[in-house]
Design a protein around this ligand. Structure first.
Ligand code: URA
Length: 182
């Protein structure tokens, strides 16, 4: 699976020009981690630091995600981490529908290659775009749903947790459900 992911990145993502986000990016941010991971985290899209480094979740929110993964008894190398869109939206705005539509086939292919046991969807933008729903994250979080036959646990985004540390408890409960499933 590692070779298939590397080929997808090299042949289709790295030089992608399917949407306007390519115009301002410094780096595409394909994904990182174990190509045979049982657990995949899906975020929204690269931020400043991710665009600069070409690696997902390496800014402040990423450091919190890394700590959450550690609290699960895992390391970043054990899981796979990626985003709905592979290029940074200007000013970190939410990706537009056309951008998601252009980019999500890459995520679908990543999920097919990795074939994880469970996906954790981080935040409302990731969750709504993955599941194709307008339902609020507050309603969706904490309950497994299914996407292409894979159980998905929506939870709050670590960037939201940085602003609302009191929400760490419900997120940890969501994560514990994921660990129980694994
Ligand atoms: N936030 C995201 O949703 N994804 C990243 O890669 C970094 C921050």
């Amino acid at each position: 699976p590692a070779a298939l992911l590397a080929a997808l990145d090299r042949d289709h993502v790295r030089d992608c020009r399917k949407c306007k986000l390519c115009e301002k990016r410094n780096n595409t941010v394909f994904g990182v981690g174990n190509a045979a991971a049982r657990l995949v985290f899906v975020g929204e899209g690269p931020g400043f630091e991710e665009d600069r480094q070409g690696i997902p979740f390496v800014g402040p929110a990423g450091q919190l995600l890394t700590r959450m993964i550690g609290a699960m008894g895992l390391a970043r190398e054990d899981v796979y981490i990626c985003n709905i869109v592979k290029c940074r939206p200007p000013q970190n705005r939410a990706p537009l529908p056309a951008e998601v539509e252009a980019c999500i086939p890459f995520l679908v292919r990543q999920a097919e290659i990795i074939a994880p046991k469970v996906i954790v969807c981080l935040g409302s933008v990731a969750t709504q775009n993955l599941l194709g729903t307008a339902e609020k994250i507050t309603r969706l979080r904490g309950k497994f749903t299914s996407w292409r036959g894979i159980p998905v646990m929506p939870t709050y985004h670590p960037a939201f947790l940085l602003r609302n540390p009191n929400m760490k408890k419900p997120v940890w409960e969501d994560i514990q459900q994921v660990m129980a499933l694994l």
